[in-house]
Design a protein around this ligand. Sequence first.
Ligand SMILES: Nc1ncnc2c1ncn2[C@@H]1O[C@H](COP(=O)(O)OP(=O)(O)OP(=O)(O)O)[C@@H](O)[C@H]1O
Length: 360
Amino acid sequence: MTTNAAARSGFGSMIGRSSQMLELFELISCVAEEGESTVLVQGESGTGKELIARAIHENSPRKNGHFVPVNCAAIPDELLESELFGYVKGAFTGAQQSKIGRVQFADGGTLFLDEIGDMKPNLQAKLLRVLQEREVEQVGGVKPSKVDVRVIAATHQNLEKLVEEGTFREDLYYRLAVIPLQAPPLRDRKEDIPVLVEKFIVQFSRRKSDQPTRIDPLAMRSLQGYAWPGNVRELENLIQRLVILHRGKFVTMKELPEKYRCEPIPEEELPLSLPVESLVSEIEAQPAGTVAVATSDIEAPEVVWSDEGIDFNALISEFEDKLILLALSRTEGNKKEAARLLNLKRTTLIEKIKKKNLPV
Ligand SMILES: Nc1ncnc2c1ncn2[C@@H]1O[C@H](COP(=O)(O)OP(=O)(O)OP(=O)(O)O)[C@@H](O)[C@H]1O
């Protein structure tokens, strides 16, 4: 693949514009192209580990094979072995027919082992064999069969610590961590929050064919001041809720659920990053099937024509408010940038904000 991932701000359905995410996109691009080595993705829950695994698969020479996810923590221990490796007829009570396992189903594709830290030692040994010998043996079987899979494992746990504690095999750890990738927590890349918010607003508004909800600049900076223990998943859920409750409206601090009303992060504490506009146009330029962030526009105020005529000044003023708030939202409250977008002098913009008493 020849993409210059570092020069763009999205990969598959993943977006981000922080330096950490741009580096990650670049790594994913290299790893995907190579197509064979085992990958270990570590990171807190909700940071996008599965999205990373899918992006690697979809951009690799294996993309026409299956992407087979297995959550090692969600499948009961006694079932995980037969789920992964399959079984032969009569292997245990109830095994009336042979069944291939998910490892074999991923032949020619990618096996994604989520929450690998929860895998029990006997299965760790069997998995090691798959990685070392490239063969799989069904439960109750006598003859192993060859299998060609790329394994991507993920965990929110510290695997090195599990190795030290003796609950995770050291040899398996090194086999898995040929290429280690780290999914950074959202609190360490606050500059990604506005663009993720915009993506989720578009995603959830589109589903409801609605006017997009807008987050005012102060509320946005409050979200950037929050610690996000549930990472991107938590942000996604919050935006879904806000879109449902505040269709087509501006969400201010007042509308944010209480725990998200934080000390707004000062503008100067935010790392410099690509402006949203360049992100939007880059993502829009991506091929079909990748994410698109809409450059949604604002609606003109509703005009009711009557015999008395319209209140021209009030309507113009209302439209002006919307334009100013939208420009501020797109620039995360940066007045200088907003003035540039509006083609106004910065001082003129500040005067208008004051005079109109806008919530910024
Ligand atoms: N960079 C991103 N851009 C867009 N959406 C993202 C991004 N990162 C995560 N998401 C979204 O956040 C949610 C959680 O992502 P995902 O399931 O990949 O996280 P995870 O780290 O595998 O979580 P867990 O450890 O709990 O399994 C998903 O809905 C995903 O689409």
